[in-house]
Design a protein around this ligand. Structure first.
Ligand code: GAL
Length: 669
């Protein structure tokens, strides 16, 4: 029950920006919302200037009327704290609060998110606004949840202004305590970078050449923390006034600037915004699934909300395709399938002016009555009412992919042997599990590994000794581990583990890596199975591996390390640790993953035809099987032993299920 006031329901609604419209439009909004089954709207997200027209002038009358209208229509508010776009008068009075990029360029107002996260002025002004809002609306019947800020760090991922520089120094002092420790951690003996005083340290601004990697890594950590401090500040005020109203902030999916593992310890439920590109549908739906899986995993066992998606097109790409008929419903239900308890839109009514006037909305410029989009939204509202029994159920995954923000930050910095795209490295595995309908969670380095049968570490460049020890324990206790190339290279300070790569994982994996042979685009190698039976193409990278206790399952076919290990298995009494020293092609990956899944006793929820997504949600004794047809064909699916009532059609299903193109079946088993 992520929002107690909406208990037992799936959440449905969107960003509602009535401040852009005359009041006579609001009545129509209410009527259309009710007709569509909307039960939650995010209000006031960018309304700071309207709420506080000048320093000591407050204007809540319009929002009072909106909140009353919502309550009268049995619609709840996820009330925003409105702090994402500071008003012009504030910035005019305090220009030092503006953010500065790494080149020293000030980012001016006129858009949004024009504030430095370290600005004391911004913090004080935001705190004052949040306090006013919370004390004013704390007892309002429409208030169901708080929406803190909006997409923190989006557009403005880091700031190098004076206050940020000073705050960075303070953060470093807290972390290292002495300048000696900082010098050690940053390896400043290299290139004469030694510091003798904290004031000599800057944020990593544009420099003649590559800046110190640990300095850059610490700055990423500092920045994620600086934004988190803003959230914590707002949360503390909200808790004081409304201890029982849940708080959230909308995440941006796999968003590099913020360590969402750390952030998720501080919010009551996860909310995220997903804008997959309908131009490349099959890529889009998998990325949407990966995002949903990450969001579900951030607070284990707790459903999440898709806070923003477009009902049709967006306006930020070069070519912005609307979602074709049926696609919005399908991708919305895909979120519910993967553990979401609600879907919402950006935005309710299409703006008449401003940057996002061509962004799709529930009420398009043409109006609701004549609009395909509105009709599809209202129909989804009906579907979600039928799916209410699903609310609060969870997904049990046997597989975990370890995804670490700190490793992401460091592996993608300059001056590496080759280029690693960390999201893609992880996504290759997610995509495989997704296509094979095997449920997967994303794990952090301090997750409870014992819950899983199979854990994958895709190119986990940075690993602590503690995480390595926990993974070893996981394998000794019977788990199956797969690590892929360029794993276990450095510790948390980005210092190399000496004596052979894979560092603290050497014993677990039963091997060591001597050096790397990254491939340029178009270059590759071959991976030959140990029995010589089959060979697969592989590319991107090759580790030069020396095995100790590991058995070689496949060898490289070319280069000076031909014959050396490309894929290995190290057996323990309990579990097994596999190592994949390269990136195999599609068939090679199939061969690798099938072995792993067999050995880990991990299987698909249901063997379904290509393009059919199947997920199982569970709540106590109750089970719900989601079957989604992402293809343009009518597909017959053998349900094997699954039988039950389709909550959407009301029909009892068993045996062969026939699904129309883009259609969905949710079977309560
Ligand atoms: C999100 C943002 C919304 C809106 C939307 C457009 O990133 O939170 O305010 O701008 O994108 O796609």
């Amino acid at each position: 029950m992520i929002i107690p006031k909406l208990s037992g329901k799936l959440i449905f609604g969107g960003d509602y920006n009535p401040e852009q419209w005359p009041e006579y439009v609001w009545e129509e909004d209410m009527q259309l919302m009710k007709q569509a089954g909307v039960n939650l709207v995010s209000v006031a997200i960018f309304a700071w200037a309207k709420l506080q027209p000048s320093e000591d002038e407050w204007n809540f009358g319009w929002l009072d009327r909106i909140m009353d209208l919502l309550a009268a229509n049995d619609i709840h508010a996820c009330l925003a704290t409105a702090t994402a776009s500071p008003p012009a008068w504030l910035v005019h009075k305090h220009p030092k609060m503006l953010p500065v990029n790494s080149e020293g360029v000030t980012l001016y107002p006129g858009s949004r998110q024009h504030y430095s996260p370290s600005s004391a002025t911004y913090r004080e002004a935001a705190a004052r606004l949040v306090d006013k809002l919370a004390s004013h609306y704390k007892d309002h019947p429409a208030l169901a949840a708080w929406h803190i800020n909006n997409e923190y760090a989006c557009h403005m991922p880091e700031c190098h202004n004076e206050e940020s520089t000073i705050s960075f120094r303070e953060w470093l002092k807290r972390k290292y305590e002495s300048i000696y420790q900082l010098n050690e951690a940053w390896g400043t003996a290299f290139w004469s970078q030694v510091y003798s005083d904290w004031d000599e340290i800057f944020t990593p601004r544009l420099a003649p050449y590559c800046s110190n990697p640990t300095q850059k890594l610490d700055f990423k950590r500092f920045t994620s923390d600086a934004f988190l401090e803003l959230l914590l500040m707002e949360k503390a005020i909200l808790r004081k006034h409304t201890p029982d109203i849940p708080v959230t902030t909308n995440y941006v999916g796999f968003f590099k600037p913020l360590d969402y593992h750390r952030w998720s310890k501080e919010i009551d439920f996860t909310a995220w915004d997903s804008y997959p590109d309908p131009l490349t549908e099959s890529i889009g739906r998998q990325r949407h699934a990966a995002g949903n899986d990450m969001m579900r995993s951030l607070i284990p066992g707790t459903p999440f909300v898709l806070m923003e998606q477009t009902p049709s097109a967006i306006n930020g790409r070069e070519t912005n395709l609307p979602k074709r008929p049926g696609l919005m419903r399908l991708w919305s239900l895909a979120t519910i399938a993967r553990g979401g308890d609600g879907v919402m839109y950006f935005q309710w009514r299409a703006s008449k002016a401003g940057t996002e006037k061509f962004h799709g909305a529930v009420v398009q410029h043409v109006g609701a009555e004549r609009s395909r989009v509105y009709k599809e939204v209202a129909a989804l509202g009906e579907d979600l009412k039928k799916l209410a029994p699903v609310a609060d159920s969870a997904i049990k995954a046997d597989v975990g992919i370890l995804f670490d923000w700190h490793s992401w930050w460091s592996v993608e910095m300059d001056s590496k042997p080759g280029k690693i795209d960390y999201f893609e490295a992880c996504n290759q595995f997610h995509n495989w599990f997704y296509r094979n309908n095997i449920a997967v969670d994303y794990l952090s380095p301090d997750s409870d590994f014992g819950k899983y049968k199979l854990i994958v570490l895709p190119s986990l460049y940075m690993i602590s000794e503690a995480t390595a020890a926990a993974l070893e324990e996981f394998v000794r206790e019977g788990g199956v581990l797969l690590a892929s190339y360029f794993t276990g290279i450095v510790n948390e300070a980005d210092h190399v583990y000496l004596g052979g790569y894979t560092g603290p994982l050497k014993e677990t994996l039963g091997l060591w890596v001597e050096e790397w042979r990254p491939n340029a685009d178009g270059e590759g190698n071959r991976m030959l199975t140990a029995d010589g039976g089959v060979s697969f193409a592989c590319d991107h990278w090759a580790d030069v591996v020396h095995v100790d206790s590991a058995e070689i399952l496949a060898r490289f076919g070319q280069e000076y390390f031909a014959g050396q290990a490309a894929f290995t298995e190290n057996r323990f009494v309990g579990g097994k640790a596999f190592y994949l020293a390269t990136r195999p092609d599609k068939d090679g990956l199939e061969w690798v993953m099938h072995q792993l899944c067999r050995k880990a006793a991990v299987d698909a929820v249901l063997k379904a035809p290509h393009g059919v997504e199947v997920v199982l949600r569970q709540k106590g004794e109750k089970e719900f099987l989601f079957v989604l047809n992402h293809t343009d064909e009518t597909i017959s699916i053998d349900l094997e032993d699954y039988t039950g009532q389709d909550l959407l059609s009301g029909i009892h299903v068993a045996g062969i299920l026939s699904l129309d193109p883009l259609d969905v079946s949710v079977i309560q088993l």
